[in-house]
Design a protein around this ligand. Structure first.
Ligand SMILES: Nc1ncnc2c1ncn2[C@@H]1O[C@H](COP(=O)(O)OP(=O)(O)OP(=O)(O)O)[C@@H](O)[C@H]1O
Ligand SMILES: [Mg+2]
Length: 356
């Protein structure tokens, strides 16, 4: 189901929650709206759902205009053919699991046999076939959230809006549910707009991420695109950890030469991002650094801090261009005070066109 938002604006008094936002969402894919608290993610979703009336702009769903301020069009939520799942489970505590999921079908006045059939098969698809007759409150948090997902899916919406549906679950369940949502999306071919402020959740779920800041889109693209090739510092900082330092790019015989402010040539060859010679901000992800012996050529460093995280070890390394974050395998032991050299392959360095 296509979703197109054009020139959407929503003001709450003096607060501009959304400001002239235009986005065409990808059909049959999971798009994650990501951004810091208060940047307008929930408001955008609620405007699409019809739960919030925009100040101005247009919204169309599946080719139908559902909101157009200029033409006075504003369809109510139930006429927008979509399903929603929120952070709070919002299930009826006094009803059984089955009744919770059957409710939207009963509201459509479908025959009892069809209601029973569809509620049961949807509950089976979210892994709750054993809990169908339980009271809704006799379930764990994760199971309750699956009930609300089943209740959304049972009506077969082709557009599903999810606002932080996993944030109340514990870490392990959250990761399982991400996989379930991806599998469900593939099976149904539905369009899902998923809101989160958790960058790891965004990267692991999304076909496309739209990163918001102050009611505006900063960058959109595949998770890898935003992670490896951020256009601005904000994106580099928001997704994962980034080492950022000012450099000068200079044309040389072997391609571009990247020189740090400490006068060290740190990369030679083809780097991504800003292609013009001159000042830029270089980004190197912590896992992209190569740790070489102290006598090697590169950035001389001294380990200041090490944190063991199991599969990996995070180091803070003091170098002539500042303290850098370096990720290495957990099995590699490096002590505080140890001297080493950091190098990076040019393909793992990305330049952002803004002077630091
Ligand atoms: N009903 C409301 N009345 C007044 N201001 C509101 C209302 N709803 C949202 N806002 C304001 O609009 C802005 C955007 O809020 P929104 O809830 O969309 O942010 P969000 O990106 O979903 O944040 P979070 O990650 O914290 O959920 C915020 O400044 C918020 O305070
Ligand atoms: Mg929100």
């Amino acid at each position: 189901m296509s979703v197109i938002v054009s020139a959407l604006t929503k003001h709450f008094g003096a607060v501009r929650a959304i400001d002239d936002l235009s986005i065409e969402f990808r059909e049959g894919a999971i798009t994650v709206l990501l951004g810091a608290s208060g940047c307008g993610k929930t408001t955008t979703l609620r405007c699409i759902a019809g739960l919030e009336q925009p100040t101005s702009g247009q919204i169309s769903i599946g080719g139908e205009t559902v909101f157009a301020s200029a033409r006075g069009i504003d369809l109510p939520p139930e006429r927008r053919d979509l399903g929603m799942v929120f952070q709070s489970y919002a299930i009826w505590p006094h009803m059984s699991v089955f009744e919770n999921v059957a409710l939207p079908l009963r509201a459509k006045k479908l025959p009892a046999a069809e209601v029973a059939e569809r509620a049961r098969s949807t509950l089976t698809s979210v892994g709750l076939s054993q809990q169908i007759d339980r009271g809704a409150t006799q379930l764990s948090g994760g199971q309750q959230q699956r009930v609300s997902i089943a209740r959304c899916l049972v009506a077969d919406p082709r557009l599903i809006l999810m606002d932080e549906p996993l944030s109340n679950l514990d870490a392990k369940l959250r990761i399982e549910m991400r996989q379930e949502i991806r599998q469900l999306q593939r099976r149904l071919g539905a369009t899902i707009l998923f809101v989160t402020h958790d960058q790891e959740e965004a990267m692991s779920l999304a076909d496309e991420i739209i990163l918001f800041d102050k009611g505006q889109v900063v960058q959109r693209g595949a998770p890898e695109e935003l992670y490896f090739r951020p256009k601005v510092r904000y994106v580099a900082d928001f997704l994962g950890k980034a080492n950022l330092f000012p450099v000068t790019a200079r044309s040389a015989a072997e391609g571009t030469e990247i020189i740090t402010d400490a006068g060290i040539v740190i990369a030679r060859g083809s780097v991504s991002g800003a292609s013009q010679p001159g000042r830029a901000l270089a980004m190197v992800r912590p896992e992209a650094w190569r740790i070489e012996p102290a006598e090697a050529a590169g950035l001389a460093g001294k380990v200041e801090e090490t944190t063991f995280i199991g599969d990996r070890r995070e180091l803070l390394v003091d170098t002539p261009i500042g303290v850098l974050t370096v990720m290495t395998l957990g099995t590699r032991s490096l002590g505080i005070g140890e001297r080493l050299t950091l190098t990076v392959e040019p393909e793992f360095m990305h330049l952002i066109a803004e002077a630091a």
